[in-house]
Write a protein of this length. Structure first.
Length: 209
């Protein structure tokens, strides 16, 4: 079974509380989501391998460490996942970015694909699928399945808030995909929304209804 990691760093938890607040406007909401994504990126990339290098300082040669040439891909699930991309790119500027467009059918709650554009070498990359909310798990599971069908082998999932139902669904469908979240909430309501959650992440990011 893939691991679930809840990132409980105080800065993440503080900013997540502001993100949840219904009084937080779109501008601040976007900034906070970007900041939390950047903070979460530290833990999501913790297992990246290092290699020994010699660095010439103004004084002497330093025995140092650098990333061992790992290729990274970020795959936001449209549209809300876009709000997390820039924060991660600040730490991993060389990452390629793909996009998977899904929407949830309001009656069946099942994901429907409408767009998929990925780097040509995704089989060689460590992919991080990003979406603020992991609710039913349907969209995340489908996005991961699309990536695997195109040759992806190393995939992680990163979300701000998750419902237990969504975590269980992804873990059942993809036993090889580790999940990183900032909070696990209580449950889903009858409409498939996370309780207490933060509302509709896409609407709050982009000021739509």
């Amino acid at each position: 079974m893939a691991k679930l990691q809840v990132l409980d760093h105080p800065l993440i938890q503080h900013k997540l509380s502001l993100i949840r607040d219904e009084k937080t406007g779109s501008k601040e909401f976007r900034e906070l989501v970007e900041e939390v994504a950047m903070l979460m990126a530290y833990e999501v990339t913790r297992d990246f391998p290092l290699q020994d290098v010699d660095v010439k300082t103004p004084v002497a040669i330093a025995k140092s460490k650098m990333l061992a040439g790992r290729k990274v891909g970020l795959v936001p699930i449209l549209r809300a996942g876009l709000g997390m991309v820039d924060g991660m790119l600040r730490l991993i500027p060389a990452a390629k970015v793909g996009h998977v467009g899904l929407y949830r059918d309001p009656e069946t709650l099942l994901p429907v694909e409408y767009y998929c554009k990925l780097p040509s070498d995704i089989a060689e990359r460590d992919l991080i699928v990003i979406d603020p909310m992991l609710a039913t798990g349907g969209s995340a599971s489908a996005a991961i399945e699309f990536l695997k069908a195109r040759g992806a082998k190393n995939i992680k999932l990163m979300c701000l808030i998750a419902a237990p139902e969504g975590i269980a669904a992804v873990q059942k469908a993809h036993t090889d995909v580790d999940i990183f979240v900032a909070a696990v909430d209580e449950c889903l309501n009858e409409h498939g929304y996370i309780i207490p959650g933060l509302g509709d992440a896409g609407d709050r990011l982009f000021g739509t209804k």
